[in-house]
Design a protein around this ligand. Structure first.
Ligand SMILES: NC(=O)c1ccc[n+]([C@@H]2O[C@H](COP(=O)([O-])OP(=O)(O)OC[C@H]3O[C@@H](n4cnc5c(N)ncnc54)[C@H](OP(=O)(O)O)[C@@H]3O)[C@@H](O)[C@H]2O)c1
Length: 341
């Protein structure tokens, strides 16, 4: 049916060394993918830009490295144009794991599901609060961090897609929520939009100054630290942990383009009999219906606020992706591929 048709795809041309350059990527015409039994072909509407994509560009990181010349994998929202999946029809909106391209095949891999925008601020919520970011925050905080009412939860990259949901769920759980973010405007957003109790501006602070700021913002110490950044933020949090604190290692974006800087005070884990737990949301995907229902309920009740930052066009992938590292975005970073729905 798609014989002879082509579509535009974003590919990895070369493996970035340090910060990715525009020349590491290309947009090329490729033959339309064929749809196997049990799968759907979608017109891609919006693609989620995630820091983990930077790791997949490396030869030896985690997961399957993107081959040179390969299309970039991503979470996306699409509209079905061809279906060989009994429960999903042409015209349905779906979310799932595909590639950054104009058309993509979605498989029954645990990620693909039908979606609709009814009762939601926008369809894009399925890539933010109701997508991997929201589930990562929910599972990482509640199942690994296990916060108790009255405890202090500290989170880095707090105004970002995952961090903003972590802080809001911490508040729902009856905790004091403290966020670390880059710049005064983001700190204002933390307290005014997302309801954090306190915000710490990381910009211009060396690790010792950051540690002092964490202690000042967390006078009762830190019970749960949700780490999205690593390096100086992790060290500053360790300096303020309480006995039996739980540190959730969700990501280390500060190291994705640069040499790692290890914390100098890991001894704190011993002294405070604390735990540090690496976490990958993909291990919690077997049955996420209840978690999604809870996130959706909080969203409809106004107890969760979502924010999406949408840029347009596959050819704008590089400058848009780099916003994750400069911090120049407000909420979930999304690249719109089709001009309209
Ligand atoms: N474990 C999992 O399953 C899983 C799933 C999803 C995401 N993650 C991880 O969660 C983290 C956040 O992802 P996200 O999608 O929500 O991104 P995001 O927070 O929306 O955007 C990234 C933010 O990181 C901060 N940042 C970037 N470079 C930094 C640096 N060198 N030092 C300190 N802060 C820096 C910036 O915020 P400020 O400028 O405000 O500091 C930037 O806005 C990432 O580490 C990601 O890998 C993990």
């Amino acid at each position: 049916m798609n014989a002879g048709m082509t579509h535009r795809c974003l590919i990895l041309r070369s493996r970035p060394v340090g910060a990715p350059r525009a020349t590491d990527f290309d947009v090329v015409e490729r033959t339309m993918p064929t749809v196997e039994d049990g799968c759907v072909l979608v017109r891609v509407l919006e693609c989620s830009l995630d820091p983990a994509m930077r790791r997949w560009m490396d030869e030896n990181s985690y997961g399957t490295p993107i081959p040179l010349g390969g299309e970039l994998p991503c979470s996306l929202i699409g509209r079905v144009v061809q279906s060989r999946w009994a429960d999903i029809g042409v015209g349905d909106f779906v979310t799932g794991r595909g590639t950054m391209s104009e058309f993509a095949v979605l498989r029954p891999d645990g990620y693909t599901r039908r979606i609709e925008a009814e009762g939601l601020p926008s369809m894009s919520c399925h890539l933010s609060v109701l997508g991997t970011s929201g589930l990562t925050a929910y599972n990482g905080l509640l199942k690994v961090g296990k916060p108790q009412a009255g405890e202090t939860v500290l989170v880095s990259a707090a105004s970002g897609s995952v961090g903003s949901v972590v802080g809001q769920i911490a508040k729902i759980a009856g905790c004091r929520a403290v966020g670390i973010a880059g710049g005064p405007e983001k700190c204002r957003v933390l307290t005014e939009r997302y309801g954090f109790d306190a915000a710490i501006d990381r910009i211009g602070k060396d690790p010792d100054e950051l540690a002092l700021a964490v202690r000042a913002a967390c006078p009762s110490g830190v019970d749960v630290y949700f780490d999205n950044v690593g390096g100086p933020c992790l060290e500053a949090a360790l300096a303020a942990i309480n006995a039996q604190a739980r540190i959730v290692l969700c990501g280390m974006i500060g190291e994705y383009n640069a040499a790692p800087v290890g914390p100098r005070n890991l001894w704190q884990l011993v002294a405070k009999t604390a735990t540090m737990h690496g976490f990958l949301n993909r291990h919690y995907l077997n049955d996420c219906a209840a978690e999604l229902a809870q996130l959706r309920a909080w969203l409809s009740e106004g107890r969760l606020v979502s924010a999406e930052h949408v840029e347009e066009g596959l050819e704008n992938f590089h400058p848009t992706f780099m916003r994750l590292f400069s911090g120049n975005h407000d909420g979930k970073l999304i690249l719109r591929v089709a001009p309209d729905y």
